[in-house]
Design a protein around this ligand. Structure first.
Ligand code: GLC
Length: 723
């Protein structure tokens, strides 16, 4: 009886919270009453119940406290769609209704440079996570593209901290407005997959503050993200997931993160460190215990209980973890069920299409695109990637897509009956990269007999529609060996172009390839990333001119790997499990522009079927802020969107600073002949650098150059200002 009384009495705060929340018409509880409710719950929990809450009870679930009405916490991958259901052995569960909307993969979203689409992306993801009963969705991934070889670049948002921050914040707000917690990852400096669980990353404080930390700081301070995932690697000698400096000092104290730090799966290695250095929830340690995991053997289970009981770990440290977990519960719809999600709706699929259409990048166009489907008679579509499906590839971010439109299917739709479209594989997937001359010959024959040839190639993520173990090249747990396209694609493309100069190359993948052998001969080049379930339609809509492309590269495409700063100045992937980021703050265009190394295609580059004119750049100093305004006009024959980019250069700096840094952008949609005025305010942070001696951001007075342009190398207007 007594227990039941306690249950009733103390489940009330949780239930009451529910009712209060209902009274407030679903307004999620905030401020003092959440904290007060949390304190009352903590005071009623036994230490054993608290320990139960800070480690997994199955692959993607951690315990609540049934006695007090506190529910289990349910998590799911991934960053661009709710992952298929897995069993206690992590194997896909059969016969489950877990098909989902497969949104375009990370880099595609980043290439839209459209913050509103970031929100729309998150809204779909959050809604589908809610519908599938998930409380935390494990995304966005925001690790900076330091080398083109990183296997997981496809999942992230590119090389620039400012662009990554803006896109991540939109995504996080979209997810969390659906009553689901987002979980920004992988904190931090998880910029390679080679030896990801052991490699020790060494970098300067400036590189940390100016390049690798900003997207996480924005996720917390602007996005109000409720969860952060600690990464596998070490940082300055300590595992990131239980890193005193990164988690306790920087993330929680300095940045003010009061949500939940969850480990990456199997990233915890030490009980004391995990308890004292800021890990709030340990997941995935069962992976190393298969096939019979014992959840009491997690580092933050029995051994942590012993440390608390013998006084080595203060109870207050444990309580802080519980508080953070409960905050996630109270700040999501776990505390109020006023949100019901949706899955596989037409609207969700339309959002996937829109993001792909705005994220696909037109790199080169020698008067061949768009194709006029009224007059073109025949098209040869060549390449395995024209028919390959990618949703299940890439590792933990895999999606069982409701459907996936391939490039060939999309092209057939736009060709209708008046264009003869034919297909040849051109190359075949092989583990040892052999060139199939027969396939090349077939493709060449088809190209010769067609008006237009479209080669769809690039990287792949999985050999078949299988799961984890078959991932290759563009995938978690592996880095690419080099920038060369596999399976003899370079030879194929050269031969096809020889047979038919009207050749367009479409690249699928998570980053640049070495295209030196054919970049000057191909008339059109399109970067399509992994464009999601509607990717084939988006690509076809761009090729046929139904959609005017507006995507811009979120990373530099170097001419060759040796030009890349991580490989030229720094180490990649390091040796003896240590990787030195000697490239420091000179990542991407910050390097190429400062060291005058011409890339193949620049950061921020992307062509349109129309043209834009910039004029009237004005700068007005307002204290330490600068009001920037300029006009953009559509001077071409098609409506279109332009991503106007604003870069800053510190002309007189006491430290070495990049030739330019992105500090603002705005995507403007313009009808033919229409002109719009763009205005933005650059605040002090846009002019500051991190001073390692002062251990703070510093804006040195003096001259600054403000550059406005269509890409980092296509600057249209420049003005200087003294601050
Ligand atoms: C993986 C990934 C992480 C994912 C987690 C759960 O190893 O690094 O991104 O969310 O485990 O699957």
């Amino acid at each position: 009886m007594k227990n039941r009384f306690i249950l009733l009495l103390f489940a009330i705060p949780f239930l009451a919270c529910n009712n209060q929340v209902k009274e407030k018409k679903g307004k999620i509880m905030e401020g003092a009453n959440v904290e007060a409710t949390i304190d009352s719950l903590i005071n009623l929990m036994t230490v054993e119940e608290k320990i139960e809450m800070i480690h997994a009870k199955s692959p993607f679930v951690s315990s609540g406290v049934k006695r007090l009405g506190i529910p289990d916490l349910i998590m799911s991958d991934g960053p661009y769609g709710v992952r298929l259901e897995q069993g206690d052995d992590y194997a896909p569960k059969p016969n489950v209704d877990d098909e989902a909307t497969y949104l375009p993969k990370g880099l595609t979203l980043a290439s839209t440079w459209n913050a509103e689409l970031g929100y729309e992306f998150g809204k779909v993801l959050g809604s589908e996570a809610k519908e599938r009963g998930k409380n935390i969705i494990l995304g966005p991934g925001v690790n900076i593209t330091r080398s083109p070889l990183n296997g997981r670049n496809f999942e992230y948002l590119g090389e620039d901290p400012y662009l990554s921050s803006i896109m991540a914040v939109g995504y996080i707000k979209g997810v969390q407005d659906q009553g689901v917690a987002a979980c920004v990852k992988h904190y931090l400096a998880n910029n390679q997959e080679f030896h990801r669980t052991t490699v020790n990353v060494l970098m300067s404080e400036r590189a940390l503050r100016e390049i690798y930390l900003p997207a996480f700081k924005a996720a917390v301070q602007d996005g109000k993200v409720l969860a952060v995932m600690g990464s596998y690697n070490k940082f300055r000698g300590q595992y990131c997931t239980h890193n005193q400096y990164l988690i306790n000092d920087v993330l929680k104290k300095e940045i003010g993160f009061n949500g939940l730090l969850v480990s990456d799966w199997g990233a915890v290695h030490n009980s004391r460190e995990a308890m004292l250095n800021g890990t709030d929830l340990e997941m995935g340690t069962d992976i190393s215990m298969m096939p019979k995991p014992d959840y009491n053997k997690f580092f933050m289970a029995d051994s942590a209980l012993a440390l608390v009981k013998n006084g080595e770990i203060p109870l207050s440290v444990l309580d802080d973890k519980i508080r953070r977990i409960l905050r996630v519960m109270f700040k999501t719809s776990m505390a109020n069920n006023n949100k019901t999600g949706e899955r596989n709706t037409k609207e969700h699929q339309q959002t996937a299409l829109k993001i792909a259409e705005e994220g696909i990048v037109l790199l080169k166009n020698d008067n061949i695109l768009p194709l006029n489907m009224e007059s073109v008679k025949s098209i040869a579509v060549i390449g395995d990637n024209a028919t390959h499906k990618h949703s299940m590839g890439g590792g933990s971010s895999q999606i069982k897509a409701k459907y996936e439109i391939t490039p060939l299917e999309g092209l057939k739709t736009v060709c209708g009956n008046n264009v003869k479209i034919s297909y040849a594989a051109g190359y075949k997937l092989s583990k040892n990269n052999e060139i199939d001359e027969k396939l090349i010959a077939e493709a060449v024959k088809l190209a010769k007999s067609s008006e237009i040839a479209i080669v769809v190639g690039g990287w792949i993520q999985n050999w078949s529609v299988s799961t984890w173990s078959d991932n290759v090249l563009d995938s978690e747990d592996t880095d690419k060996p080099n920038m060369n396209m596999p399976f003899g694609q370079d030879k194929l493309i050269q031969e096809v172009i020889k047979a038919n100069p009207n050749t367009i190359v479409v690249l699928i993948g998570g980053g640049p390839v070495d295209m030196n052998l054919w970049v000057n001969q191909a008339k059109g080049i399109i970067q399509a990333w992994y464009p999601g379930m509607e990717g084939g339609n988006a690509l076809a809509n761009i090729i046929s001119g139904k959609i005017n492309p507006s995507g811009k590269l979120p990373m530099t495409f170097p001419k060759k790997l040796e030009d890349c700063p991580a490989h030229k100045l720094g180490e990649f992937p390091g040796k003896n499990d240590v990787v030195n980021y000697f490239d420091d703050i000179f990542v991407g265009y910050r390097y190429y522009d400062t060291y005058k190394v011409a890339p193949q295609f620049s950061f921020g580059h992307g062509l349109s079927y129309t043209s834009f004119e910039y004029s009237d750049l004005k700068l007005v100093a307002d204290g330490k802020n600068v009001k920037v305004s300029f006009s953009v006009k559509n001077t071409g024959k098609k409506e279109g969107a332009e991503v106007t980019q604003v870069y800053v250069n510190d002309v007189e700096a006491s430290v070495k600073r990049p030739e330019k840094e992105l500090k603002g952008f705005s995507k403007v949609f313009l009808a033919v002949g229409e002109s719009k005025k763009v205005e933005m305010v650059l605040n002090e942070s846009a002019f500051s650098f991190y001073d390692e001696t002062k251990k703070s951001w510093v804006m040195e007075p003096g001259e600054f150059k403000i550059m406005v342009g269509s890409s980092s190398s296509d600057i249209r207007q420049t003005k200087s200002i003294k601050l």
